[in-house]
Design a protein around this ligand. Structure first.
Ligand code: PLP
Length: 464
């Protein structure tokens, strides 16, 4: 019995010779078609072997339909755009900040040809890639000197490697941070060959704790932004001014890992006060680091600001070569920095800042638009409604801060929210949602007006 069933699997060689089939799949490269056919044939063989093939349709057309479905998946890149319905604006898993159109234009121009990455156009002499963003960074922050590397983790590592190898770095026990994706400050320190000296307690660290730990082997006093947690209650930390003054008094370099790197004050939008990068520079810290793709809204990179002699030393460190950024990163970063420097209201020009500051009435309007289009799907076992909820900034900025928002909620009595969320993730483009209280939730704060038609299509498909 089995043997005759196996014979029903079409011979791939014959299929490939068939002109009609070639035409049917001519959108795809031949190699992809061949791979898909082989995979479908393997699947059919496994189905026959496992014995659940008796009722299956083994026609040639059924085979080709499966090939077609496989090709539709194969025809798409693995890394692709998704719709973020989670309401978390800076989500590392979803690629952090979306880029402004100006940055996208820079990427497109720079990637399609050559560029003056390391050549000075006036003299024809060799230039420095960092020069393309240096002046803007200095003008925007007041820093003496600047450097850009692959990400903030690389920025911290380069500082430690340059100044603290085989030396001591003093950190408060309240700031021994772990950021998602395995950035753990004690481990980064260990990797760099620096020795961690912990001072104070989790909730209280005094200036004298730092001071008592300083000795001739101390390289750095390191502060870290507690990006994803908050210590509240019976707490103490020295002010930034005290911290900086202590470093100066003992001739020890002071460093702050700012994490997110805020460039505009957002208190006028009702958010709590956070020091901006400019504030940190003004405090007199010797070195400051932050991510380019968190609150700044640029491409993935790590920015180091600081004293000229220190930055010069880092530029001579051979490790920099392994951490250096490419022309695309620099081009996109320059475009974003130009918006901050030249535009009247950067908040309106930079996508994630626009999301953070979007008026509730606007979010509600989008929720209404979405709901109106999916309400016809309403059945006895499916409930669609608009509810109030909270969005988060994410990306290690504003920990604990939630912003009011409107959510579209889907609840089905015959399909679990997990099942619906999975179908949505498999749509094109994929939709990433939140699940709570047995419902699938769509936060309209992170969904753009122009994404709504795709979202409607995905919801219809997921519920059909
Ligand atoms: C996010 C963050 C990092 C890691 O930054 P990457 O750009 O992801 O490497 C390090 N320190 C702090 C305080 C952060 O918030």
């Amino acid at each position: 019995m089995n043997q005759t069933v196996y014979r029903k699997i079409p011979a791939i060689g014959n299929l490939l010779k068939d002109e009609e089939i070639s035409r049917r799949f001519n959108r795809y490269p031949r190699k992809m078609v061949l791979e898909a056919m082989r995979e479908v044939a393997d699947r059919w063989r496994r189905r026959i072997r496992s014995g659940d093939a008796l009722k299956a349709d083994f026609s040639r057309e059924a085979f080709l339909i499966e090939v077609d479905e496989d090709l539709e998946q194969k025809g798409k890149r693995s890394l692709k755009r998704v719709i973020n319905a989670t309401g978390v604006i800076l989500n590392t898993n979803l690629g952090r900040a979306p880029l402004a159109p100006e940055a996208i234009a820079a990427l497109s121009e720079l990637s399609s040809g050559y560029s003056n990455l390391e050549i000075q156009l006036d003299t024809g002499q060799r230039g420095e890639r960092y020069s393309h963003v240096d002046e803007l960074l200095r003008k925007l922050t007041g820093a003496e000197s600047t450097l850009v590397v692959n990400n903030n983790a690389a920025a911290v590592l380069l500082i430690l490697d340059t100044f603290a190898k085989d030396k001591e770095v003093i950190v408060s026990r309240g700031e021994l941070i772990e950021i998602g994706g395995s950035f753990r400050l004690p481990e980064v320190l260990k990797k760099s060959g620096a020795k961690l000296v912990e001072v104070g307690t989790t909730n209280r660290t005094y200036l004298s704790d730092y001071e008592d730990a300083i000795n001739e082997n101390t390289a750095l006093l390191l502060k870290s932004h507690t990006s994803n947690y908050k210590i509240i209650g019976f707490t103490h930390r020295p002010t930034l001014d005290e911290f900086v003054e202590l470093g100066k008094r003992h001739n020890v370099i002071t460093v702050e890992d700012l994490g997110s790197g805020l460039f505009v004050d957002l208190t006028r939008f009702g958010l709590p006060y956070e020091p901006t990068v400019g504030d940190a520079v003004k405090s007199g810290l010797d070195l400051i680091t932050f991510s380019g793709d968190k609150l700044l809204g640029g491409p993935q990179c790590g920015v180091i600001l600081g004293k000229e002699d220190l930055i010069k030393k880092m530029k001579k460190n051979p490790l920099l070569r392994a951490l250096r950024v490419c022309k695309l990163t620099l081009g996109a970063l320059e475009a974003i920095l130009r918006i901050y420097y030249y535009e009247e209201d950067p908040v309106q020009k930079i996508p994630h800042l626009k999301m953070i500051t979007e008026p509730l009435s606007e979010i509600k309007r989008k929720a209404n638009r979405l709901t109106k289009k999916i309400i016809p799907l309403f059945t006895d076992d499916l409930k669609i409604e608009i509810i109030e909820g909270k969005s988060e900034i994410g990306g290690g900025s504003y920990p604990g801060v939630e912003m009011p928002t409107y959510l579209v909620s889907l609840r089905s009595t015959n399909r679990s929210p997990m099942e619906i969320a999975k179908s949505l993730r498999e749509s094109d483009p994929p939709v990433i949602t939140r699940i709570a209280d047995n419902r699938v939730l769509f936060d309209l704060r992170t969904i753009g007006e122009e994404e709504i038609p795709d979202l409607i299509k995905a919801i219809k498909q997921a519920l059909s």
